[in-house]
Design a protein around this ligand. Sequence first.
Ligand code: NAP
Length: 286
Amino acid sequence: MITGKTQLLGVIGHPVQHSLSPAMHNAAIANLGLDYVYLPFPIAPDNLKAALDGFAAIGVVGFSITIPHKQAILPLLSEISPIAQAVGAVNTVVRKDNHWLGTNTDIDGFISPLKNYDKDWSNKVAVVLGNGGAARAVVAGLTQLGVAQIHLLGRNMEKLQVFQQSWENSPLSAKLQVHEWEYLPQLLPKTNLLVNTTPVGMYPKVEESPVGKAEMANLQPGAITYDLIYTPNPTQFLAQAQQVGAVPIDGLEMLVQQGAIALKMWLQRDSVPVDVMRQALRDRLG
Ligand code: NAP
């Protein structure tokens, strides 16, 4: 129930109508019995600064950020966490002492399910498919996990080189190698963790996979395959990987965990009902 004291949270994007975040966060808020509401705010790129000023005026507690504002918001914030600076994108903003503070919870959201599978990543080889925004959070997460090698594959060498150069002054640069897509068959036999950060296989093109069926057979049994896509579940990529004995992780858990970390920050709580958030997403996705 909305009251005179209801506190505001939300997500900004353009478009934002299809965001699953309101369902996930409002389910948790209801479960906790708190007087908050989480709303979708469609904000066109030209209105970003005006939206932030308006949010400050009406006392918004915090908000999530989705495409196309994740990078554009950086100059409008008073403070940006080191991890968000390293990734070059903010997905969560909190109002504190009349300032907007930005961070990126995708990194911890990404590594959260991986911690259940292995404790020591120091001799592991990770292969990341794609070089877009999500890949930046993934390589930052892999560095936090402490993997030995990160191989990033893309279809455009210029973009791959820009990606590599952007990490030049970070500890990650010693571990990161970039390759064109054709190099994948050479990497698969020694891959411990294969991550798809491309949208290939996402609904409605559910028959597609970034890795061919024959290629997938080169993956060693027990390797972990992680698809950032959460619909369909499983994707073709994960279904094929399972057929050769690989362990599948889908993108739903990353979505849940990045949201849970953000909600803890906004509500200033040590815990939030993660199971309720996961179930709300599953219900929405059918
Ligand atoms: P993005 O910035 O647009 O990057 C997409 C990347 O995929 C680019 O490197 C692009 O290559 C590559 N790509 C696109 N189509 C391809 C194809 N047909 N073959 C090979 N490579 C292709 O998008 P993003 O923000 O990183 O998101 C990527 C995916 O991750 C989306 O499916 C998104 O839903 C998912 N995601 C999930 C979560 C979660 O919480 N589970 C969070 C973030 C993102 P080029 O650079 O050559 O164009």
